[in-house]
Design a binder for this molecule. Sequence first.
Ligand SMILES: [Zn+2]
Ligand SMILES: [Zn+2]
Length: 630
Amino acid sequence: MVEHQCLWDPNYPECPERFTRVLERCREYGLVQRCVDIQPRKATSEELLKLHTPDRIELLKGTDGSPDAEALEAISSGYDAIYIHPSTNELALLAAGSTVEIVDAILDGKVQNGMAIVRPPGHHAMKSEYCGYCFFNNVAIAAQHALDNKGVERILIVDWDVHHGQATQQMFYDDPRVLYFSVHRYEHGAFWPNLRESDFHYIGSGAGKGFNVNVPLNKTKMGNADYLAIWHQLLLPLAYEFRPDLVLVSSGFDSALGDEKGEMEITPACYSHLTSSLMGLAQGKLAVILEGGYCLKSLAEGAALTLRTLLGDPCPIISKVDEPSLSIQQSVLSAIYVLRPFWECLQFQGRFDVSKVGSKKEGTYFVPSVTFEGSDVKPTTFATRNCYPDQNRETINLLDQRLDKLIKETSLAVPKHRLCFVYDERMASHRNVNEPGHPERPARITSIYQKLLEYGVLDRCYRLDARDATREELLWLHKADYIDEIAVTAGKKQSTLNQLERQYGSIFICPDTYNAALLSAGSSHQIVESILSGESRSGIGVIRPPGHHAECDEAYGFCFFNNTALAAKYAIEIHQLERILIIDWDVLLTMKFTIITRYTSWYNVLLSLTDDIMCDIVPRILSLYLGKLY
Ligand SMILES: [Zn+2]
Ligand SMILES: [Zn+2]
């Protein structure tokens, strides 16, 4: 796909190096070698005719191999931002066909996800009009194919190219099976393709109303914070509610830092995050298709980091994410305003009565409005030369330096082990002797262990040895007197322990409790050590007794030492970490405590419920989690 180039303007931005530089960078990172090679093929007439008119297909076919550059330029001038090369027909067919092929490979289960490094791009190619370097709409053709031939019911198309994929929007505008989500530079219509229909209030028509989402960028220099805000506030809520069977990305890297067309500032590493958050949808069936991107360095880097993420490598850390800009807040709120009637997930945002706006303080409300600064007049012929921005040398150099610095500072280290795992059956010795059916019982961890064995997960894990937490470690969070109190229970007679345990809430103690609690806490430290030393990427501790209710001087709610809090402390003390996020998704026991205290009679019902849930659902949640980690 390197042959297609402009014969009359050597500086044309849609150039063969776009293709070669991306491939080169992917090879340098050793990524291409890890991919399954899908053989390119030409799109068939049948595939093209689903979305394009016969005359556009024939016209391009007629230019195939033509030696007459003058004639090619004359034809090109009939379209907005188009050049035709003798190889264009062949390669446009190949780009479209290969996109279909990659979608097939994903839907047939041959590959988990895929990336098509193709050109010419596609998202501006309309039904009967070539436009913006595009001839056939690769992504739209593949989407239509998936709907027609592969039993796919819902497709999410995310278009992060800096230009609005107006053609893709048009093709599925009334189709509720395709949720088209585009983020694009707009500047109220002043930016190409200067269309009214690229604004936020174009949300689809007929049955497709609510399934077309435009997030116009009305200012330049939008960065990671802005894009992440769009993802978290709008795209992901809609995507989860939509539940796509397939996700396609119209992946233009002209939204990247350094691109003189886009003038946006997404860093290459941020594309990893944008990609990664889409991988949780549609069972990971995700195809990323190259569209634009004209700063060769950021294009190549962004594309390589995207591919790397598709291959399952961890997302690189991105620098501090600031508050999203006011302009993007307005764009997101505007989109929410018009989409709200169609989506449950958008019902949380507050609304206010416009008639009462005057009584509110300035800045506490937002009223969406539409301004259009584009032109509705469409020319009949278009410039074919010198039609691209001309950034000054100084700006280009500065951006180039910023890019170099970012690339140099971005760590792409991948730990040797994907997942470490710790389990020790000695933690099953801790048990409620007086009430063997107690929910916090040894079977909780032994059954998880059995399930993990059964699913073959353990073969893929890096096994760590459990160890006791040291007294010094426990002292990070627990009082010395309290540690002693628990320590003396070790090996004591059960009758004595029955007395002792009464001083705590929801606690049972047996002669093995102290040792199990030490192992439980120490094992958490083992995992953190393995991850932070760079040995493992993530880890799982199948441990008990649990920890998160344990207070500094009191055992509580089945917990003795606070495993997770101690693990966090370990990261701080031993590895000098500055920021740790603890997510606590435990809910059963928390619920139960509320119910025990408030409605004692429900206690038994919940106990029997937890009997099943503990043994059956917990391993499933775990395996889901493991699936994600793999
Ligand atoms: Zn573009
Ligand atoms: Zn709990």
